[in-house]
Structure formats: C-alpha cells, structure tokens
Write a protein that binds this ligand. Sequence first.
Ligand code: MG
Length: 259
Amino acid sequence: MKRFFLFTLCLSALFSCCPCAMNGPKVVAHRGFWKCEAGAKNSIASLNNAAKIKAWGSEFDVWISGDDSLVVTHDSKHHGLPVKSTSLADLRQHKLDNGETLSSMDQYLQQALEWPELHLVFEIKTPSVTDSLYEARMVPACAEIVKKYGVEKRTTFIAFSLSACEAIARMMPECNVQYLNGDLSPKEVFERGISGIDYHYEVLKQHPEWVKEAQELGMTVNCWTVNSATDIEEMIALGVDQITTDEPTLAQKIVKKSR
Ligand code: MG
C-alpha cells in the first residue's frame, strides 16, 4: 500500500511538471502533410493527408484577399499577385503545385469538417511591416469563419503579429492562441492575454527554461519547424506540448519511441 502511494505520488509529481510526459508532444503537420504524392503546401490534399496519417494537427496559412475573402496561402504574393489587394477570383487563376485551385477558407474548413479529430492550427498571416488597417479586416474575419464552422474547440490560432494575437485572444477566448515571434518570455506573452507560445526550436534551445515557465502559467508550448531527428528528440526532451514539422511521420515515430 505504501509502495503504491509512493508510485502515485511520483506519477503526479511527474505530470505536474510536464503534462506531456506520458504521451510525448503532439505532432502538427506544417502546411499539411505535403511531402507525398500529389501533395502541395496548404492544399486540401495535404490537409487530407495529415488526417490520414493521424497527425494530431494540421497547420495552414491564411491571408485576406482584396475583396475580403480568406484564402489559404503562405506568401504575401501568389504568382506575383499581392494577395491582400487582389480579388479571390484573380488569385484562383493560378494553381498550386499539385494542380489544385487555391482554397478559400470556406472550402478548407468544409473539408476539415470531414476530419473531426484533426486539430486546426490556423496561422493569421500579416504583412511584415505592421498594417493596422489590414489587421482590422483580417482578425475579425478569422474569428467569424471559425465560429461559422463551429470549430472553435479544435482551433489554435498562431501569428507573428503580437497585436493580431492579442486581438484574436480577446475575440475568441475559447481558442488557444500561440505567439510565434520568439522575442518575449512566456510571462510577457501571458500578461497580454495570450495562452501559448509557438517558437522556433533554436529559440527554445537558447531558453529551455521557457518551456516550464509557460506550462506553469497554464500555457501551451509549440515549436517550428522541427524536421531533423536530432532536433525532434531535443524538443521532446525539453517537454514541449506540440511539435510542428514538415516530417510528421518521422516525428510520430520518434515520439512513439520516446514514450
Ligand atoms: Mg505557417
């Protein structure tokens, strides 16, 4: 009985310092799982592929077009056209690498409804120089579309823009929000009402203490874009909650082995 009590005590101590100690970090496919046949970054095919390999989450990048449509694409320009000032119809004239038409956010979330287990890691893309008029169009549109499809509970918003993170956290208190930029301590992020960090793995290597600091504040810790076995192992050892990677099947194997 005494031994059992000690065992239980040790387990609870382990979980109190690292909630992911038993199962290891959750794997997020960066821009979907696109490194396979007919895959392309931010395509519907790569969203489906992420779900099929049972990744915990699938990350995707979202801009708002000149006619206020949310579109799934990474760069500020699509085939040379500035996304934020070009209509959705004009953007869709140029296909993705796998032949798919650029997805509107409506199409993307309609497809995501087919995969209810898949967590959605929704990057709110913003211009590199802060553009408050753009953010005033973008952030409420991101909140509305997540509400429209009722996927609040399985959505994490991520953004490099601190003001976009603060705004979406105010609008969507039921969603996790992770700040990407890596220049603030977890406490500084927490004080701004933001519930998580998603930092480059080199930042977490330089500040390993930030993982525990964040988790003790009840925040989640994600990291990007962790592709080599060595770096994946190092992030597991640090105790992060999520790993975002272009190599989700490799990460899944390493996480499984680490349990
Ligand atoms: Mg992204």
